[in-house]
Design a protein around this ligand. Structure first.
Ligand code: SF4
Length: 331
């Protein structure tokens, strides 16, 4: 049976035009988000995860620009939508949660008013009806004393509560797609677990599709159905989550997984992938991971690896699997 696809990103190319040159922040990226699934987009800072999300939301600021590809939301290419159509979709059918809620909440209005206005922008309901909905969503996202918190200003709430307000605001119109950019990075582990549970509940109860951007492989293991690993603007490995953890192929993903702290690990220092993420203005001719890869050969320095199929659930961009997997093109 064919899966119902909420978002299909095809060959997305986003570049930044700077005085020093063109930065290929997102380079021919393909991502599929089926209905009711949580898809993880992982990698270190600066690998292109957030730029992929900002491209989908069309919130890129100059000098960034989408230079090619398609972003199909239920088959409709968002890159071809008018500003009015986008305004109708954004915040209503597609919502986004940012890492730091203080940057998205307006400090001079109460949080209740801000969430209420978010609904009234998209739905024809009275102020009182909207207020009731806000209090109800505050309850659902676990905000204690929601009536009292309705009248609080952002600075009067803890980081965890502000993040819940943002999640409430993103959920209130029951979006078909939620994009969450490092939503739990600034929170302690208890609040993180509660917020991840909320996302699972949203998926289960409303069939919401979620793109979860994170650098934390533990979070991926906890909630994601599928995983895309990004490095230097490209997807390096993609797989169903269980398959990715059981049958990890790409040397970069292996490094990310080795960096997860283990309870039984008695070593004083955590494993770190050696070296630095390459400067996108000056990428190597060959594989972008070659300066950090334990398995790199001379060929990796000069040729770019294509994408190879490991099995139906799994592709990787590494010459090591050229013979084992089928080449499925260079995108
Ligand atoms: Fe390492 Fe070469 Fe594979 Fe790149 S193509 S990840 S450098 S082995």
């Amino acid at each position: 049976m064919e899966q119902d696809i909420t978002l299909q990103i095809n060959n997305l190319k986003t570049q930044f035009f700077t005085s020093k040159g063109v930065i290929p922040a997102v380079d021919e990226v393909n991502i599929t988000i089926p209905k009711g699934k949580i898809v993880g987009l992982v990698g270190e800072s600066g690998c292109g995860k957030s730029m992929t999300a900002m491209s989908v939301m069309q919130l890129l600021r100059k000098p960034g620009k989408v230079m090619g590809g398609e972003i199909l939301f239920h088959g409709q290419n968002l890159l071809e939508c008018s500003k009015q159509e986008l305004l109708r979709i954004r915040g209503n059918r597609i919502s986004m949660i940012f890492q730091e809620p203080m940057t998205s909440l307006n400090p001079v209005y109460t949080v209740g008013r801000q969430v209420r206005e978010a609904i009234m922008l998209h739905e024809d309901i009275s102020k009182e009806q909207a207020r009731k909905r806000v209090i109800d969503i505050f309850k659902q996202v676990g905000i204690p004393e929601p009536e009292r918190r309705y009248g609080a200003y952002p600075h009067q709430l803890s980081g965890g509560l502000r993040q819940r307000v943002m999640i409430g605001m993103a959920m209130i119109c029951e979006p078909e797609l939620l994009i969450a950019d490092e939503p739990t990075t600034a929170l302690d582990v208890t609040i993180e677990a509660q917020i991840l549970n909320l996302m699972k509940k949203l998926r289960e109860e409303h069939g919401t599709s979620i793109l979860l951007i994170t650098h934390n492989m533990g979070v991926v293991a906890e909630v994601c159905d599928y995983v895309y690993v990004m490095y230097a603007g490209k997807v390096m490995e993609q797989a169903e989550t269980f398959e990715l953890f059981k049958n990890t192929r790409h040397p970069y993903t292996i490094g990310l997984l080795r960096s997860i702290p283990q309870i039984e690990d008695k070593k004083e220092h955590l494993y770190n992938i050696k070296g630095m993420v390459p400067n996108l203005l000056n990428l190597p001719d060959g594989c972008s991971f070659c300066n950090r890869c334990e398995y790199a050969t001379k060929r990796c320095e000069k040729d770019r690896p294509g994408n190879y199929r490991i099995n139906d659930l799994h592709n990787t961009r590494c010459f090591l699997y050229e013979k084992g997997g089928d080449f499925i093109g260079d995108k």
